[in-house]
Design a protein around this ligand. Sequence first.
Ligand code: TEU
Length: 561
Amino acid sequence: MSQPAPQPLATPAIDRKWWHTATVYQVYPRSFCDSDGDGVGDIPGIISRLDYLQSLGITVIWLSPIFTSPMDDNGYDISDYQGIAPEFGTLADFDRLVAEARKRGIGIVLDLVVNHTSDEHPWFREARSSTDNPYRDYYIWRRPSAEGGLPSALESTFGGPAWTLDPQTGEYYLHLFSRRQPDLNWENPQVRAEVYRMMNWWLDRGIAGFRMDVIDLIGKQVDAGITSDGPHLHDYLQEMNRETFGSRDVLTVGEAWSATPTSALLYSGRDRRELSMVFQFEHVTQFWDQTYGKWRPRPFDLIALKAVFGKWQTALAEDGWNSLFWVNHDLPRAVSRYGDTTGFHVESAKMLATVLHLMKGTPFIYQGEEIGMTNVPFTSIDQYKDIETLNMHRLHVEAGLSPDDFIRGANESGRDNARTPMQWSSAPQGGFTTGSPWIEVNPNFATVNAETQVDDDQSIWSHYRKLIDLRKHHQVIVYGRYQSWLDQHPDVFVYSRTLEGDRLVVLANFRPHEVTVTMPDELHVQGRCLIGNYTDMDRIGETVTLRPYEAFALLCDLEKV
Ligand code: TEU
């Protein structure tokens, strides 16, 4: 690839960080690559695919949890923060992963799950043994209500009450997720000190940072009914920063479903000393039903989507930093949700990537996205493995929903869409395992797989590779001012990025048919096409006709416009 070398920035106001130019790749270890044929992905499997990731160009891997766990929630229920789950490997394997990744210019970001532990964590085993156990206050206990029932009406994200009665002591403990994921009590300074000690232990092993699971929940005040954005949340994060990663040059990204542009500035503001950035989900929840949430998604609306992205790009333009993602291990596949998996699979997957990766922020790719993996076509509840889906199935069917309707919703929105095995090749089980996979491989692996794409310069994979590379070489992609155009147009997404004399103009058609657009005067430009999913375009006139799912980006010299 022959891109110009990165130019030093003349703008002094920009506080440059290495992660501004990075593209992160999320690995869900269970489903990425199985080296030993037990049907479950593992760390040696990840190591065997580092060359693949290096040639894609990513420089950071976010590893979903690899720690010791009973796997009630696939590792988001940790029973030993300093141990590696045996199905994933050993600590020696992990150290080898860090070293091998580093050799390839890749840093490893670990998933920090400290809102809760597993119920098998020794702290919880101790805590539940008696009310005066020294670990009791590591968790959140409440006596039954005056009527002898639940302490409050708080609900678990996975359905049902967030309280479970522990018979041993006759009190309820809080779990905002499964009953096997008791919430830690962050008000207890000992809990915080233990977490910081553990974080430093991993940082000392050479990791590149943390992704922080549901971090907006750690300041909860249950008696006041507050779960997210509690009054001391930011105090805890500033303390965490001071006690752990603040003195190290790492990437930290907090998962914050409750984040607003205002709170994002608290988390990621330059002088706040908290996190590098947060994951906000407004572009996701925007299309959830008010009552039934993601199980009954609302129709996709491009005008609304553009408004959300535009709001965040603008709000964090001068301070703070955005993360950019379509999907992760909890969300349906991007091309199924926003694109077209039948007629225009390749075009729409490339279009989605183009729109996201040329915005301002750090892009995150979820494994398989770079080859256009799609949602699952499961027909029976037995094929699902995800605890949330299985719990919701029980609750919805009990409430009268037909099982078929539930499966339809789950195929559209369930978390297992993201968790089917990575499709490496057209070999049995998509080349993921030589054994029997823990969850079925998507049957389209014969056509959608990495092997057929890596050597094809027209593939979705090559398109991602090009986008990742462009970010490394064009400061306008990293720091350019974002401006949206044609906000009310229902079919096309148009924005520009401007930095000093450079302007990048991005156009994308979100429809499976041609769309002719009248362009604003300011965008009648010519320039160099940096990337496109049809042929190169080098000029934008008064009108532009975009082919189905066409997207391209022109780099223009403002002096010549
Ligand atoms: O997810 C937080 C979370 O709230 C999700 O459960 C989310 O609401 C749902 O999946 C949306 O569809 C994080 C992790 O990413 C998830 O995998 C864990 O299950 C959860 O925390 C508990 O640790």
